[in-house]
Design a protein around this ligand. Structure first.
Ligand SMILES: [Zn+2]
Length: 349
């Protein structure tokens, strides 16, 4: 077959026109390269879409999924929903995976309830909130309106750093059982304090033209990563003597979280409140700033809460989790609301 270097679009169109006139005969021999066949099909778009797909399914050796991505994305723009559904039920796994990812990457905004329920899962990894701290994965599944927020952590258990501070002879070391128990207590503390505390809703147009209200209650969890590179945060957990206290912190703009063996137990704060250090620090991991009186600056999430809830963040000592206690309020969900709006392109409130 003659090789042609395309000079410009107009020339290519002429060439494709000629090819399409004789394509019935040529396609029957099944020897065309994928690129060539795709160009031919594009020239006949949209009438011959389905025929082309059938031919690809029967003739092409699908060695690499990425090979198909480019021609397919060119062909199905805009996506033909009926055809996609047919391919999902009939085609090889590779094709359905590629088409599913194309469908999912579609940035078109959903308006009706029907469009929403048929949309694939909305999700993104390693999302950094606009507050300048925090990182998490978030997904929203339209099939059950479930929103999941996951913070991936890599645990590093360390012996006591400064033995003089606690008046002990030797650094305390962790054994495997203690590590596992600490992780369990940490997980339980985080999920019981933070998960499913608030719901967000949005209205879409139903089949009958009436509004349909969708409600989602974000589930928040901690996942253990097996490597540093796969995690959002490194949790460095120092072993200190029982009932002692060491300051905990989350590195701003970084991945380090400094905790200790006593951080899953409640300690007295600001005179009359109680707080577990791990529960407070987790707020920072979600991108929320400090709210206690001496934190000394405008909280990281202040601008975001103003724009999302038209509410100012108070800076004072009280029962709130980012102050001296453990009470999570809806402003502490501001980075989750921001992320949910971002991935779904819907105005959740
Ligand atoms: Zn803090």
């Amino acid at each position: 077959m003659q090789r042609v270097n395309w000079q410009c679009d107009a020339e290519m169109d002429d060439r494709l026109k000629k090819q399409s006139q004789s394509s019935e005969k040529k396609q029957s021999d099944g020897k065309h390269s994928l690129g060539k066949t795709a160009k031919e099909a594009k020239s006949q778009y949209p009438q011959k879409q389905e025929e082309f797909i059938k031919k690809m399914l029967s003739n092409t050796d699908f060695k690499s999924a990425s090979l198909l991505l480019s021609p397919i994305s060119q062909l199905f723009n805009p996506l033909n929903q009926n055809l996609l559904n047919k391919i999902f039920t009939q085609g090889p796994k590779e094709i359905s995976q590629i088409l599913e990812s194309l469908r999912c990457s579609s940035k078109q905004s959903v308006k009706s309830f029907e469009e929403y329920t048929s949309h694939c899962k909305y999700e993104t990894s390693n999302l950094s909130p606009s507050t300048g701290l925090g990182k998490f994965d978030i997904s929203h599944d339209p099939k059950n309106s479930a929103t999941t927020v996951a913070v991936k952590v890599f645990y590093e258990f360390e012996p006591t750093r400064n033995i003089k501070e606690y008046g002990i002879e030797e650094p305390l070391k962790w054994n495997e059982k203690e590590k596992e128990e600490w992780k369990k207590r940490y997980f339980n503390a985080i999920t019981s304090a933070w998960s499913k505390k608030f719901s967000f809703s949005v209205e879409l147009i139903g089949k009958d033209g009436n509004p349909v209200k969708i409600v989602t209650t974000p589930q928040i969890s901690v996942l253990e990563s097996s490597s540093k590179s796969d995690s959002h945060f490194y949790l460095v957990v120092e072993k200190i003597p029982k009932d002692e206290f060491a300051g905990s912190s989350v590195q701003i703009g970084g991945q380090h979280v400094k905790l200790d063996s006593e951080d899953t137990k409640k300690t007295s704060k600001c005179g009359k409140y109680e707080q577990r250090g791990a529960v407070h620090e987790f707020g920072h991991m979600l991108g929320i700033g400090d709210e206690y009186r001496d934190s000394g600056f405008n909280p990281h999430h202040a601008d975001l809460t103003e724009s999302l809830f038209q509410t100012k963040v108070e800076v004072k000592d009280d029962q709130r989790v980012m102050s001296c206690g453990e009470e999570v309020n809806i402003l502490h969900y501001s980075t989750i609301l921001e992320a949910l709006r971002k991935i779904t392109n819907l105005e959740w409130k």
